[in-house]
Design a protein around this ligand. Structure first.
Ligand SMILES: [Zn+2]
Length: 340
């Protein structure tokens, strides 16, 4: 009797069937099943228990134990911390629940009356800073060409667009987000093309970066794990995650490109932007096929179209169409000479 009472008390304390959260390497973790249940998602285990799929009407996320690689609605997303397991119970970091999954499951809404109208495009490098170089091809040339194409397509889609540079000139990194901040841009999109550092030619595919949340390490090649402090951009890290996800999804689907995933970095241009901000690495100049595509205006047009679609998907998620206005009551018959 007493034992049953104790058991009931414990169940009430922890929530029936709920396992307490764990701390792994100093980071808070929760059971994937608890997070899924709390958010109305079903959990399916596969791959001899190593693979966990959570699904509902709008989300299908696939995780693997001991891995940071996740697929969210088919898009590769690098988690902040690996999925763990404690006595066969898969655990996910609380920071990933809050900063990676939540923005996709519950898109943050634009404040009422605040419309998404102005986009700042940032063509990477310029002037003395060539960016990556592959043979005679300089990254700075193609980031500007893509920005100009994207400018035209965004204007056609009804956006106001500003560019951090319009010619082959050198612009200091801090001046780029500073311009976006001064002009009151609603989004900041930095454009780059990648290259392998060791000259390897097999790596290909776009990557989309957004700011690393406070308390996590970045997933860019260099990493910057020591920098745990908050930055201006962390005020918008939910929005930036959603924008990065929608853009990467559109790039991969529309270009049929290899999916290198949504990643995190504290790049200077992302850190200081006072608005949702992403950095797109549109592909690898060092890949023999993708490189040729990047240097081709037709492919860049398709890439620009994919980015516009990503931005529009983000916009409709954060700024759903206004509800239909209440029916206007027709004025009743008025007496002659009466002026309401
Ligand atoms: Zn670059």
């Amino acid at each position: 009797m007493c034992r049953i009472f104790l058991w009931l008390a414990l169940c009430l304390l922890l929530g029936a069937g709920r396992l307490p959260a764990a701390v792994i390497n100093g980071h808070g973790y929760v059971p994937v099943a608890d997070w899924a249940t709390a958010n109305g998602l079903k959990v399916v285990r596969g791959g001899q228990g190593k693979q966990i799929t959570v699904t509902n009407r709008v989300l299908r996320a696939v995780f693997e134990v001991n891995s940071q690689e996740a697929k969210i609605n088919g898009v590769a997303v690098r988690l902040l911390f690996p999925v763990a397991a404690d006595r066969n119970v898969p655990l996910i970091s609380q920071l990933d629940c809050d900063k990676t999954l939540r923005p996709i499951l519950y898109p943050p809404r634009q404040p009422a009356g605040q419309h998404l109208t102005t986009i700042c495009l940032d063509p990477g490098h310029g002037g003395k800073d060539t960016g990556n170089r592959v043979g005679a091809y300089n990254e700075k040339t193609y980031t500007l060409a893509l920005a100009q194409e994207l400018h035209d397509q965004l204007v056609k889609a009804g956006f106001k667009v500003i560019l951090t540079r319009t010619t082959d000139e050198y612009v200091d990194l801090p001046l780029r987000p500073a311009l976006a901040n001064r002009k009151g841009a609603d989004l900041f999109v930095s454009l780059h093309f990648n290259a392998t550092e060791d000259g390897k030619t097999e790596v290909q595919g776009p990557e989309t970066y957004c700011i690393t949340p406070v308390g996590a390490s970045s997933s860019n090649a260099q990493g910057d794990g020591a920098n745990y402090g908050p930055t201006t951009a962390n005020h918008f890290d939910q929005q930036s995650m959603l924008l990065a996800y929608q853009t990467q999804k559109s790039l991969v689907h529309n270009l049929g490109a290899t999916d290198r995933g949504v990643r995190r970095a504290r790049f200077a241009v992302l850190r200081d932007a006072a608005m949702p901000a992403i950095l797109i690495e549109g592909g690898y100049m060092t890949h023999p096929v993708e490189g040729k595509r990047i240097f081709d205006a037709g492919y860049r047009r398709l890439m620009a179209r994919a980015i516009v679609q990503g931005i529009l998907a983000y916009k409709s998620a954060v700024q759903p169409p206004a509800p239909a206005p209440a029916p206007v009551r027709m004025p009743g018959p008025t007496k002659p000479g009466h002026h309401p």
